[in-house]
Ligand binder design. Structure first.
Ligand SMILES: [Ca+2]
Ligand SMILES: [Ca+2]
Length: 451
């Protein structure tokens, strides 16, 4: 309050006294009052100046500490995470509350955390995952003394003598083993070495060779190079054994898993496009184009390895009129929260998951293809059902395997190439009230061959 204001106030007090029929204060009284007001004002002024000085000090302190702060604050993100070897990392935002997901390449299993979240403390939840090669040999798949060699996404059986087939399940005829033990390469070498001492062959065909004859005590004994035999009466000529023709028999004893090619003095097996011949020379092994980066899928697509090929798939979240979805992992979409009292939205599936399987043609059936389990249960009942009408029912059925698990069964063998689709719904209820619906869409790629 300024001095002018105080004087005006005193004058107003005098006017007010006159209005109420009282006398104005005497000059002495007025001067005494004015002195008191002066004192009061001086006290206020001192205190005011004191406050101002304190405020200025505080301001200066703040300015000094502000000058000491770094130009731009750092460390507001979690540290960068690396993708595991033989796997991928999905998610790039390193801010608190965001998640990063990890996936392993086919043939590898994830050990550690599938999902890690950036915490407010700017550290990651969980542990850095590893992609461990699945050891397919651990179940001892090679029969009859075969040796199993673990490979990425598969295994190879090196069969003991006398056995053949992917798991060494097929016996070979014993007399056959004795003639095929010498490979075509060594047979050709032997012929070259013998060429100088034997008469020239009657024909230039590599399928015909002269025999090796010895004369003792009036009898002639003729033998052939491995893979050749004397046919007809002319013992001087050996012809190639067509092993493919000779052993053209059923599954149990077949020489080659796919195609047999007869060669001079031997034979070789061949595989269709998309397969490599295995080290035993008889079986065909799928090429994993996804792992070998031999695919042409674009960045929006996932590469799914199949027997004899690969598929590029694009996972798109469902589009519905009443509900919207967001992709929470590369293979899963979750419903966004529904507005209150929007019944149509709350009855839409809570999540839709996508799974891709590759199988060979003519798998024996019935057979479990896929299991769906509830991770945690809130309600009192889980129901599993197959969606998709009669077309899906032709190949599949859904059964419960335990209280919290349903399984998709293949009911009849399917000849490839074919692509089958099935949708399994798991619904959770509490006293018959629907709590949630979870859909799993399974796509099965069936190879053109039974391998
Ligand atoms: Ca041959
Ligand atoms: Ca493949």
């Amino acid at each position: 309050m300024s001095r002018t204001q105080v004087v005006l106030l005193l004058m107003s007090v005098c006017q007010l006294s006159i209005m109420h029929g009282q006398d104005c204060p005497s000059r002495q009284e007025l001067q005494s009052s004015l002195r008191q007001v002066h004192k009061l004002l001086s006290a206020h002024e001192t205190s005011y100046m004191q406050s101002l000085r304190t405020l200025r000090k505080k301001l200066n302190l703040l300015q000094t500490s502000a000058a000491r702060l770094p130009a731009k604050p750092n460390n507001v993100t979690c540290p960068k995470l690396e993708a595991p070897a033989n796997g991928k990392k999905m998610g790039k935002i390193l801010l608190p509350g965001h998640e990063v997901h990890f996936l392993c390449d086919p043939g590898y299993e994830l050990v550690g955390s599938e999902t890690r979240q950036c915490k407010d403390s700017l550290t990651w939840s969980g542990q850095q995952p590893l992609c461990r090669d699945i050891n397919e040999c651990s179940s001892s798949p090679c029969l009859n003394g075969g040796t199993c060699e673990n490979e990425v996404n598969g295994f190879v059986c090196l069969c003991a003598k006398g056995w053949a087939g992917a798991t060494c399940q097929s016996p070979l005829p014993t007399f056959f083993i004795t003639i095929t033990n010498t490979s075509a390469a060594t047979a050709v070498g032997a012929a070259g070495a013998a060429g100088a001492s034997v008469p020239p062959p009657a024909t230039t065909s590599p399928l015909v060779r002269p025999s090796h004859c010895t004369h003792t005590q009036g009898t002639t004994h003729c033998t052939c190079d491995p893979g050749y035999t004397i046919s007809g009466r002319d013992t001087s000529v050996c012809t190639d054994i067509d092993e493919c023709e000779l052993f053209h028999m059923g599954q149990a004893g077949r020489l080659c898993l796919h195609t047999c090619v007869n060669t001079a003095g031997g034979y070789r097996c061949a595989c269709p496009v998309g397969y490599n011949l295995t080290r035993d020379g008889r079986n065909c092994k799928d090429i994993d184009e996804c792992a070998n980066r031999q695919h042409n899928c674009n960045q929006d697509q996932l590469c799914i390895n199949t027997y004899g090929g690969f598929q590029c798939v694009k996972v798109e979240c469902p589009r519905m009129r009443n509900a919207t979805y967001v992709k929470t992992t590369p293979l899963r979409c979750e419903r966004n929260p529904c507005p209150l009292d929007n019944r149509a939205c709350s009855q839409a599936p809570n999540s839709v998951s996508y799974h891709y399987l590759a199988v060979v043609s003519d798998l024996s059936a019935p057979r479990v293809m896929f299991r769906v389990s509830a991770m945690r249960m809130i309600g009192d009942t889980l129901r599993f059902s197959l969606l998709g009408g009669p077309r899906a029912r032709r190949h599949f059925t859904v059964q419960r395997s335990d209280r919290q698990t349903g399984q998709l069964m293949l009911v009849s063998p399917v000849s490839g190439p074919a692509t089958l689709e099935a949708e399994v719904e798991m619904s959770e209820l509490e006293r018959r009230m629907l709590l949630g619906r979870y859909i799993t869409k399974v796509t099965i790629f069936v190879s053109p061959y039974d391998f």
